[in-house]
Design a protein around this ligand. Structure first.
Ligand SMILES: [Mn+2]
Length: 335
């Protein structure tokens, strides 16, 4: 159903607040803190403006580095992650009070603790679509690595509250979503504890096996319907670039798992979610320009930006800015 009605429904014509989150302490490698910089240098702001969006760059969130930050209950850098997450939440809340949609440029995936917490203050009824190779719902106790970027959802889900110790730095945070408000797409590396959590609390999860079985169109439709049968609730979309196959997103390959989403499947998810007109935030995580060579970096950045554009209204079938009409010949216009 192409045409102007659908285009007007989309929030793409509205105000986007871009927020950089240069953070990497949710895991052990350096590099993801340069994610915002390379995405900005890749022209993300201008490319969204070209779609007719009103884009305001709100700069970067301040990142806190706690000097003596010993692991707690196996979780690494808890104070650094927890205190930075609070600043992220505060900033996301501020951005969403003045804009229609926030685009968060991470950062490792622990940034979603703050982005979802902040979004939920403005949109308490939000649902979460989590596009990722990993479920990122380990509790500190189920995690092997202790890296908090594999745990963000565990801190946010109400049903898991009694399974998660209140880590130092996390005192400010209360769980703000229910397990049934989450849908995963793209999973293919799920830990035992995570699988148990998904089943015990009935989280909607489409692994790559379901993508193969039903096709991406059916999966997206089912995911949206599962978290919000009436199609009314705001959507927080969390996009880990490692959801895409590592042969594509080569600068995300630190945690790469082969057999991932194709670029076209990823585009399809973005186009369909954009079409709902209910996006309140998109966050993009785990772009690490220090992995791979220059060519890998360019490819990853270009692909990531092309996916982000589709979340904000760029469609493969073509699109035009709001108010656009076919120009008349000059002769007619000057008459
Ligand atoms: Mn992730």
């Amino acid at each position: 159903m192409p045409g102007s009605v659908e285009q007007m429904k989309m929030k793409s014509a509205e105000r986007i607040g871009v927020l950089g989150i240069p953070f990497s302490k949710g895991q052990s490698r350096v590099g993801t803190e340069y994610g915002p910089e390379v995405l900005r240098n890749g022209g993300i702001v201008r490319k969204l403006q070209n779609l007719g969006c009103h884009v305001q760059d709100h700069g970067d969130v301040e990142v806190i580095q706690v000097e003596k930050d010993d692991p707690e209950e196996n979780a690494k850098n808890p104070r650094t992650v927890g205190l930075t997450s609070k600043l992220i939440a505060d900033k996301v809340e501020r951005v969403l009070r003045s804009e229609d949609i926030c685009l968060g440029l991470g950062g490792d995936h622990s940034v979603a603790i703050g982005t979802i917490a902040g979004n939920a203050r403005v949109e308490p009824d939000l649902v979460v679509l989590w596009i990722d190779a990993h479920a990122d719902i380990n509790t500190p106790m189920t995690s092997d690595s202790g890296n908090i970027h594999g745990m963000p959802l565990a801190f946010l889900v109400r049903e898991l509250e009694s399974y998660v110790t209140k880590l130092p730095g996390f005192e400010w945070l209360s769980p703000c979503i229910h397990a049934k408000d989450i849908a995963y797409i793209g999973l293919r590396d799920v830990d035992a504890g995570e699988r148990k959590i998904i089943e015990k609390f009935g989280i909607t999860a489409f692994s790559m096996q379901e993508v193969d079985k039903y096709g991406i169109n059916e999966v997206v439709e089912r995911a949206l319907r599962a978290v919000d049968p009436e199609g009314k609730r705001p959507i927080h979309l969390s996009f880990d670039v490692d959801a895409m196959d590592p042969t594509l997103a080569t600068s995300a390959r630190d945690h790469a798992v082969i057999g991932g989403l194709s670029l076209r499947e990823t585009y399809y998810i973005a186009e369909e979610v954009a079409r709902t007109g209910r996006l309140s935030m998109v966050d993009v995580a785990e772009v690490n320009p220090l992995l791979g060579d220059e060519k890998d970096k360019k490819l990853t950045v270009d692909m990531t930006i092309s996916v982000i554009q589709r979340f904000f209204g760029n469609r493969r079938g073509g699109c035009y800015p709001p108010g656009y009409d076919i120009p008349l010949p000059h002769k007619l216009m000057t008459r």
